[in-house]
Design a protein around this ligand. Structure first.
Ligand code: ATP
Ligand code: MG
Length: 494
């Protein structure tokens, strides 16, 4: 693909001609850069950190690229762990901050070798939920490919015995370290392909990346279709950076996406789980969702949900998702915790309802059917985007609690308030009320009771009349049962 012979001569932008100051670089990253330099190696800050610093933003993480081999890096830092089986990366730990140090790589290696499908579920079941937990937030973290033998079909083995592609062009194997001139070609967008040299504080720009950052433009390095085929996750990254940074996607980079979305079907579900968390839980979820739909990618991540959104009885679940994502974005801005459990509940609700209605004959389906519907949807979904059990189980609980909100009399109501999933389930109820499929009065009642002292809660539940039996859908979704409500003025949909 992008052979080094096609590279442009790189331009070096000296310190006085750019805006990056060491004061805005993490002191730990500076320590790593300087120690590498003092040991005689090349050391550069790379990728998103350089882009963000040029934009005047605070980078999420600071990644370093060097000509030192991983073993050399380990020798230099006591607090260093090597990760990855084939492409070894060094993680230098400073408390909770990890500086990732990658050795320059030749050729267009996969950015993150694919994890086994269950790898994202490696944490203990009782692990507490937290923002982005389970996701890989470690920058261009690379874990080895576990390639099932049947999937290896090297159709392009000609350029190197070290490299193998599958029939769609995806890189399966690539194990060469290289020089910085080679390293740049494996990066995705020119705006992400900049190197800040600690030796003289200049920026090395091989791909006209500074112009792209200035123009707020995402342009893939090399031939876009080839780059997407090598690693289809780059389509999701285009969406993510467009949403997060407000960059426009260059037409040549944009056009193939609509056509190539299906390539995501071949990406291991554990990797897509990580990407989905980055797309939806980083503060730009609502915009990411819009763009995923615009480019026809959402249906490849959540096919059952996307199909249900198109059916009138479940279309409102899309609005719930949009509102839920907007709320999540606001929580991120306010530095409040966000959880994959709630995220997957709003992502999968349309599919669960559809499944439930297809299983339920009568108007008041049994709770057991709701559980079966959740399980069926989760099972199908795992084939696309894996959802670790530690999120899938509470997600199912959250949905199973919805019908219980209609019970406001007696001890059942009191015990619901104590349920570990109450808060998330209540937030979900509020969303249902906002889009008109749950009673506003009901939601308000639960809003009020939460803040009362126990004695007053008891009085409140005792004052309630006898109530009808539970219906599994919390009284909402069966076709034709939606309550009338006023449409939001001017609300637009994709
Ligand atoms: P963020 O702000 O999300 O950290 P980032 O650009 O730093 O954005 P990372 O996922 O941290 O993104 O990756 C660091 C760098 O590694 C990228 O800037 C890019 O140069 C390279 N990279 C990461 N993933 C890929 C990929 N799939 N294909 C090509 N290059 C990639
Ligand atoms: Mg990064």
């Amino acid at each position: 693909m992008n052979s080094p012979s096609t590279q442009f001569p790189h331009s070096v932008i000296p310190r006085p001609e750019h805006s990056i100051s060491r004061a805005s670089i993490s002191p730990n990253a500076l320590k790593v850069l300087y120690r590498l330099k003092e040991a005689g190696y090349q050391a550069f800050l790379v990728g998103g950190a350089v882009r963000d610093l040029l934009l005047g933003l605070r980078p999420k993480d600071f990644d370093v690229a060097t000509d030192a081999l991983p073993e050399d890096v380990r020798r230099l830092f006591r607090n260093c762990r090597l990760i990855g089986r084939r492409f070894r990366l060094a993680h230098v730990h400073f408390g909770s901050e990890i500086i990732e140090v990658a050795t320059f790589r030749a050729a267009a290696a996969p950015e993150r070798e694919d994890l086994p499908d269950d790898a994202a579920d490696g944490a203990p079941e009782e692990a507490p939920e937290g923002a982005l937990e389970g996701g890989d937030e470690s920058g261009d973290y690379i874990e080895p490919v576990r390639v099932e033998p049947a999937r290896i079909e090297p159709v392009q083995a000609a350029d190197s015995e070290h490299r193998a592609f599958d029939i769609t062009g995806r890189i399966l194997r690539d194990n060469m370290y290289g020089s910085i001139e080679e390293d740049v070609w494996r990066r995705d967008f020119a705006a992400n392909g900049l190197y800040y040299n600690i030796a003289d504080l200049s920026i090395w720009d091989f791909v006209d990346g500074v112009s792209d950052v200035k123009a707020r433009r995402l342009k893939l390095i090399g031939d876009p279709e080839t780059r997407y085929r090598e690693d289809p996750v780059r389509m999701l990254r285009a969406v993510r950076f467009a949403a997060k940074l407000g960059f426009t996607i260059d037409p040549d980079t944009e056009t193939p996406i609509r056509r190539l979305g299906y390539l995501l079907d071949g990406v291991p579900p554990a990797r897509l789980f990580d990407e989905v968390l980055k797309l939806f839980l980083s503060g730009y979820g609502a915009r990411s969702f819009e763009l995923l739909q615009k480019y026809g990618l959402f249906e490849h991540l959540f096919p059952l949900s996307a199909a249900a959104f198109e059916l009138p009885p479940y279309a409102y679940a899309r609005e719930m998702l949009e509102r839920g994502l907007a709320n999540t974005d606001a929580r991120v801005v306010a530095d409040k915790p966000v959880t994959p459990t709630f995220l997957f509940a709003i992502l999968l609700w349309s599919a669960v309802l559809r499944e439930l209605n297809e299983r339920a004959a009568g108007p008041a389906p049994d709770l057991a059917l709701l559980m079966q519907a959740c399980d069926a949807v989760l099972k199908a979904q795992q084939a696309r985007v894996s959802i670790p059990r530690r999120f899938a189980v509470p997600m199912r609980e959250l949905l199973m609690l919805q019908p219980r909100f209609t019970r406001r009399s007696g001890v059942k109501a009191l015990s619901l308030l104590q349920h570990p999933r109450f808060r998330a389930a209540y937030d979900f109820l509020l969303l249902r009320a906002e889009v008109g499929v749950a009673d506003t009065e009901l939601a308000e009642w639960w809003t009020r009771i939460q803040v009362l002292p126990q004695e007053e809660r008891v009085v409140l539940v005792q004052a309630r009349p006898q109530e009808p039996p539970l219906s599994a859908d919390g009284g909402a979704p069966a076709p034709g049962r939606r309550r009338r409500r006023r449409r939001r003025g001017g609300a637009s949909r994709n």
